[in-house]
Design a binder for this molecule. Sequence first.
Ligand code: CP
Ligand code: NVA
Length: 304
Amino acid sequence: MKKDLISIKDLSIDEIDKILELAQALKSDPSLYYEKLKGKSLGLIFQKPSNRTRVSFDVGMYQLGGHTVYLGPDDIKLGVRETTKDIAHTLSRYLDIIVARTFLHQDVLDLAENATMPVINGLSDLLHPCQGLADLFTIKEKFSKLKGLTLAFIGDGNNVVHSLLYAASKTGINIRIATPAGYEPDKDILIQAKELAKDAGSTVEEVSDKDEAAAGADVLYTDVWISMGQEPDRKKRLKDFHNFKLDSELLAKAKPESVVMHCLPAHRGEEVTDEVIDGPHSIVFDQAENRLHIQKAILLKLLT
Ligand code: CP
Ligand code: NVA
């Protein structure tokens, strides 16, 4: 049966470990499996812009011997020119695997349900699983462990934090989330993450104060206050989030050896200051690089 990657929720701990191990092997030796996906084609359905996700999948597929076809917003016009179902049926006759970046999470689910090939969620409004897996890889690379660490997320309860909630609670990372009122993560995802954390022996905490979240944390993580598609709300969001900036003062509350993470793109001066993102605690470009190694591991896991 074909396997998709829609959410980290659907992966067992063993599957997560195996993806991280494979990514490590690929990072240590980029020539590993260099022809493993020879003759295979990956479709990149992108309704939104992308730097990291698009380029790392494109280059990753090339490094594994395969080929990609980019399908931007004006190409297949998901659900506009024809139904998502018909697109899934048609593309299944040409391609071996798809990465889809959509506005509606339901569009990724519809592609996965109707395609006969694996579908990878390359970011929807609900989730960003490839980012969450690369973040686990990066945290493990820095601390040589995951279990028992504390990650503080400061900002919007969005797609990135939803995937981090699953990633952390499955692997025993304690996660604290500070958001302004009205911008909390999805309630069901919080409930699921709390259940998963119980099994892993870790905690999921929601706090309204960013200092409380950051106190003694190993990882400080933030993301944009205005996600792709939310630009019309920019003025209101800037006002609502102004107390949730990741600056040097906040960084000083975390452990001295803490790291700063951001999935990027960053809106410098909004959710994070230049001083912090360019400073010695920041690992954001290692995090960006690791997207490549993780994408290759995901492709290999789903296609071989
Ligand atoms: N972090 C991330 O997914 O970046 P892009 O939007 O550039 O792909
Ligand atoms: N939350 C951001 C993540 C970008 C990678 C967005 O959805 O735009």
